[in-house]
Design a protein around this ligand. Structure first.
Ligand code: GDP
Ligand code: IMO
Ligand code: MG
Length: 430
């Protein structure tokens, strides 16, 4: 049986996946991103120093091999910046970086610009994307004219691929009176990035297979959250990749049996960035309190996150879709000062109780009326606690209530942003 760990966000992103991936990478041989791109923003804090990542898996802070799988859309400028920043700030040495030759590229000048064009065209129905070009890069991948990281290693065929890519992009741009993109500029950019990144580009599937054969552990770091999954989330207000655990297999090139322990990350309340329905959103002073106490501002775009009560109707559904074996509840400390806490456990939609695996499309969620249970707060600081026995009784009751609603055991609790502000209850072992 595999000892791998798959880490998945069960809400709308920003659950604390980055912190927990670092935490659970201590014994790993490799840490892998398998979907998304630099729309993700993951923060880890170690001894007061904040490390912010968009692309590199946070387990690199534990000195592990950092892997970018073929399911990722890769902005090379951003990963080069991240590598350089890390070299400057990191006191531990790291074990290398491997980028899948099959990762599709996000090209500055093409994809972020197309993202902005699409958002503008959507007008009032815009998604509120991060503007990083994810959607257009996945469109090019599905359209089969994407440029892949490995293409940078074959300079003879690269010009033809760039022509093919620009044929379509420039046709769209002409139609919208946007300036056309010159093939030469893109080629020069790609060659420059290729010179820097070529030592890192290789065969991810084979490397992960070799690690498995040698008995090594692999941690898979999810980006975004299950409600942003393009098939199963709040479509069309979603990201452009699959974010649930099944994507690990496709985006990293490992069989489904290699996912190992699937750890679902749940923030103790709910946040959402960008547009779209949010049944438990709080637009009052409690929402403002959560935003301030939880420092809920996006890592990638700096946008304030919308805040609301915990919603176990979506979490239970997400946990099922990813086959979650255990849960980490994060940011419990943010609730410390509240005297009452509400939890939505189910919805009424059109006066009916929807099924457990309700259709989560945006147009359906717009009609969802949350049914709440009110629990007592604990009004005591849990900040930085590492020992479960020190948790106030009402905090334990809150966690017990969540566990019961989701029917998955809580294996750890995060009580602060620091790596070690974590209570471990059980090991992530199948
Ligand atoms: P991710 O996208 O899921 O990795 O989450 P983000 O890093 O975008 O957002 C989580 C934020 O909460 C980061 O700023 C973390 O430093 C911080 N954080 C993580 N866990 C905790 C916690 O238990 N308590 C508090 N107060 N902050 C936390
Ligand atoms: P992490 O990994 C929260 C949201 C955007 C927008 C929608 C589509 O940090 O949890 P996109 O740029 O992907 O086309 O935007 O998805 N979104 C996120 N929200 N956390 C993220 O990542 C997100 N990545 C994308 O705000 O609503
Ligand atoms: Mg984030």
């Amino acid at each position: 049986m595999t000892n791998n760990i798959t880490i998945i966000g069960l809400q709308w992103g920003d659950e604390g996946k980055g912190k927990l991936t670092d935490f659970y990478s201590k014994d790993a041989a490799a840490v892998v991103r398998f979907q998304g791109g630099n729309n993700a923003g993951h923060t880890v804090i170690i001894d007061g120093q904040a490390y912010k990542f968009n692309l590199l898996p946070t387990g690199i802070l534990q000195g592990k091999l950092a892997v970018i799988g073929s399911g990722v859309v890769l902005n090379m400028s951003r990963i080069i910046e991240e590598i350089n920043d890390l070299r400057k700030s990191l006191s531990v040495s790291f074990d290398g970086i491997l980028i899948s030759e099959n990762a599709s590229l996000i090209i500055p000048g093409i994809h972020p610009e197309m993202d902005a064009i699409q958002e503008k065209a959507n007008g009032n129905a815009s998604v509120g994307t991060t503007g990083r070009g994810n959607g257009p890069a996945y469109m090019d991948k599905a359209g089969r004219f994407t440029i892949k990281a490995g293409d940078l290693l074959s300079l003879e065929t690269l010009p033809i691929k760039v022509e093919k890519l620009l044929f379509l992009h420039n046709a769209i741009r002409r139609g919208l009176n946007e300036k056309e993109i010159k093939a030469e500029d893109i080629l020069n950019y790609l060659k420059k990035c290729g010179e820097i990144l070529s030592p890192y580009i290789g065969n991810v599937s084979q490397r992960l297979y070799d690690i498995k054969k040698a008995g090594g552990q692999i941690v898979f770091e999810g980006a975004q959250g299950s409600m942003l999954d393009i098939d199963h989330g709040s479509f069309p207000m979603v990201t452009s990749s699959n974010t649930i655990a099944a994507q690990v297999s496709i985006g990293a090139g490992v069989p489904p049996s290699e996912l190992g322990f699937v750890l679902g990350i749940v923030k103790a309340y709910t946040t959402r960035v960008g547009e779209g329905s949010f049944p438990t959103e709080l637009t009052d002073t409690t929402g403002e309190y959560l935003r301030t106490a939880g420092a809920e501002f996006g890592v990638t775009t700096g946008r304030p996150r919308r805040c609301g009560w915990l919603d176990t109707a979506i979490i239970a559904r997400s946990a099922y879709l990813s086959g979650v074996n255990g849960i980490t509840v994060t940011k419990l400390d943010v609730l410390d000062e509240l005297s009452e806490i509400q939890v939505c456990t189910k919805y009424k939609i059109n006066d009916q109780s929807p099924p457990f695996l309700f259709d989560a499309k945006d147009e359906v969620l717009q009609k969802a009326i949350p049914i709440y249970t009110t629990l007592k707060g604990w009004k005591t600081s849990t900040k930085g606690l590492k020992d479960i026995s020190k948790l106030p009784l009402n905090a334990r009751r809150y966690l017990d209530f969540i566990e019961k609603q989701i029917n998955v055991p809580i294996i750890s609790i995060s009580t602060g942003p620091e790596r070690l502000e974590t209570i471990e209850i059980a090991k992530p072992i199948l």
